[in-house]
Design a protein around this ligand. Structure first.
Ligand code: ZN
Length: 232
């Protein structure tokens, strides 16, 4: 990806930005997160990554979290909150961060407020990228993956040269279970049920930005830049 760091974006104002990003599967949240992290030089904090890091140490809370993950269960909120607090207390105050996947429900959002307060930190932006469910379902359900090398295609946006066949290695393309419409619908329902109260929690804050994610990735990015006040 080209380096789009602008003079405005690399100034200290953005390098210390504390951002929470939210959005349903298929809305382009991952791509936009990467761009913001690159542009501003801020830390990417995701609970998944913190868990993985902890598993490599003998941290006692990490061991508890691991026992849930190994059983295929969700890590309880109080443990997730403790882990986030631990990570946040190590954050360089001169470097901003982007939270991705946290807070994912109202309990976590309330605990997050308390820990930010305790650590004397304030949020600068909560970015919610949204799009109609049917649109994100179609985006995800169109994905095809090579059964051999893992190359990713899309039936509309990134067609292989020969239908159903990988351009790279010639193996058949498959649709992953996770990408099937019914699975995506279930994931969206869970996301919507959990996240609507989180959006509501921030609704009176001037730093909540609702971004339309139904256009192209570039449209989404421009809308985020406008919302954050990054000069073009
Ligand atoms: Zn392949």
């Amino acid at each position: 990806m080209p380096n789009r760091t602008s003079t405005a974006a690399s100034s200290s104002k953005f390098a210390t930005m504390r951002i929470v990003i939210m959005g349903p599967p298929g809305v382009g949240k991952g791509t936009e997160s990467e761009r913001l992290i690159d542009m501003f030089g801020i830390s990417h904090i995701s609970t998944g990554a913190i868990f993985r890091d902890m598993f490599e140490t003998d941290d006692p809370i990490g061991a508890i979290a691991k026992s849930y993950i190994n059983r295929g269960e969700l890590v309880p909120d109080d443990i997730t909150n403790k882990i986030v607090r631990q990570r946040l207390s190590k954050q360089d105050p001169n470097q901003g961060f982007l939270f991705d996947g946290y807070p994912r429900n109202i309990n976590q959002a309330e605990a997050f407020d308390v820990m930010l307060d305790d650590l004397n930190l304030t949020l600068d932006a909560v970015i919610n990228i949204s799009a109609p469910d049917e649109l994100t379902i179609d985006r995800i359900a169109g994905r095809r993956v090579c059964s051999s090398c893992g190359a990713v295609y899309h039936v509309l946006h990134k067609k292989p040269n020969n239908e159903g066949v990988c351009d790279v290695c010639g193996a058949p393309l498959i649709q992953r279970e996770d990408d099937m419409k019914e699975t995506v619908r279930r994931r969206l329902k869970i996301y919507n049920d959990l996240t609507a109260p989180v959006i509501d929690h921030y609704k009176d804050k001037p730093f909540l930005h609702i971004i339309d994610g139904s256009g192209t990735m570039e449209d989404t990015h421009q809308a985020v830049m406008d919302a954050l006040g990054v000069a073009p």
